[in-house]
Design a protein around this ligand. Structure first.
Ligand code: KE4
Length: 399
């Protein structure tokens, strides 16, 4: 079990299924059961499982070798695709996971600002980085406490945890800690407490507070990047961060993530600068081949028009059965009747009822996230038939 959420414990399964293959919108387990998949490896597979163009690109790359540990043209081409998609990103560093990208981004922001404090939001997840595995202390603006054993208090004492969508909390935090604040890091659309969109003005306010305090604004677009628009949340909401973290779709389902931003910041990274960051498999040729096979097709605006159409269909169909929150091709059906604006709201959802819905759907060959606090990841492999079948199965549960 190489990642906890896969154990499916949160939805009451004693044993998760073990995947054997994926095809389009479907995943098959080792016992031959076939499920309509709304998890899609947690977001990377915007063209579905076993996407032919991606598989062919990876196969061709593998024929030439699986790793070089030397610069390759594909890394430069993938960086160029990312720079073309996100104008705020002038330079890119490729790494192997979102966690590694977030960890490196925090180090870079601290070095660039010569400050140590980081502000994050409860319910936002940026990988299992020690400094970001912090939970809010008591009170509005308090220094973080370790959210996991093994995380020293020394590494979270400089992490402040605020409530998502709460501009006043952030403003008071910046007023108190602004001098020492290196960065505000945020999922511009939260996906790790279930889908929680930014309220109007929230992201803009974060930008203004960073501007005023000299902190850097970091958008963690590991989920939203290339999903809710080609240019992610920063395109969709027209708010420009100083640094961006990418992953999932950017690697086409292979182990690749990235971080990037203004050249004056990125130039601080070794070898051009003095901030150390490295990786044996960074820019791996198989992963860059997969990333390029996907990102080049995402230049077509029709892709996002179609994802929006299908997302709207799914949202409309699920709406009578709970609180649906969706941005583009990411959505969550919360078991509550109330709006979910932050992690406290999300935790008031009926997780037992969600677990019962999960099991009801799984028995009918439909696999949704094994946690209320995740998203449904719509892909171009999910057609109207898959959407309508899911809506009907949820309606049957709710009847
Ligand atoms: P990885 O280290 O798992 O590649 O990326 C960490 C990460 C960073 N930022 C955001 C916004 C993320 O959502 C993630 C990872 N997402 C989870 C699911 N929500 C991965 C699933 C898992 O942990 O198994």
């Amino acid at each position: 079990m190489n990642s906890p959420v896969r154990a499916m414990r949160a939805v009451g399964l004693d044993e998760p299924f073990f995947a054997r293959r994926g095809e389009g919108a479907y995943i098959e387990d080792v016992e031959g059961n076939r499920y309509l998949d709304w998890v899609m490896s947690w977001g990377p597979l915007i063209f579905g499982h076993g996407d032919r163009a991606t598989v062919d690109a990876v196969r061709a790359a593998a024929e030439l070798g699986t790793s070089f540990g030397a610069p390759s043209e594909a890394e430069v081409e993938l960086a160029a695709e990312i720079v073309d998609a996100l104008p705020s990103v002038e330079k890119v560093r490729l790494v192997s996971s979102g966690t590694e990208a977030a960890m490196s981004t925090v180090r870079l922001a601290r070095a660039f600002t010569s400050r140590d404090r980081i502000l994050k939001f409860a319910g936002c997840y940026h990988g299992h980085v020690d400094a970001l595995l912090a939970r809010a202390g008591s009170g509005v603006a308090t220094l973080g406490l370790p959210a996991s054993p093994g995380v020293p208090t020394a590494t979270t004492k400089d992490t402040i945890v605020c409530k998502y969508n709460d501009v006043d909390a952030v403003a008071s935090t910046v007023a108190e800690f602004g001098e020492g604040l290196a960065a505000i890091i945020v999922e511009p659309v939260a996906g790790n407490m279930g889908v929680v969109p930014p309220e109007p003005g929230f992201l803009e306010a974060l930008g203004q507070l960073c501007e005023a305090s000299g902190a850097l604004l970091v958008f963690d677009e590991v989920i939203t990047g290339f999903r809710i628009a080609r240019g992610g949340a920063q395109e969709r909401f027209a708010v420009t961060p100083d640094l961006t973290i990418l992953g999932k779709i950017a690697g086409g389902g292979l182990p690749l993530a990235a971080f990037g931003g203004r050249a004056e910041i990125m130039d601080r990274l070794a070898p051009s600068g003095d901030v150390y960051q490295a990786g044996t498999l960074s820019g791996n040729p198989l992963a860059t081949a997969a990333g390029l096979a996907v990102l080049r097709r995402l230049r077509d605006p029709a892709v996002y028009e179609e994802l929006e159409r299908r997302g709207a269909r799914l949202e409309a169909g699920l709406a009578p059965h709970g609180r649906v929150q969706r941005v583009g091709a990411m959505a969550t059906l919360f078991m509550t009747g109330d709006p979910v604006r932050n992690f406290d709201d999300a935790q008031r959802a009926d997780t037992e009822r969600y677990a019962a819905l999960f099991r009801h759907l799984l028995e009918r060959g439909i696999y949704i996230a094994p946690s209320q606090f995740e998203a449904m990841f719509l892909s171009l492999a999910h057609g109207d038939e898959e959407i309508d079948r899911t809506i009907q199965a949820v309606a049957d549960f709710d009847s």
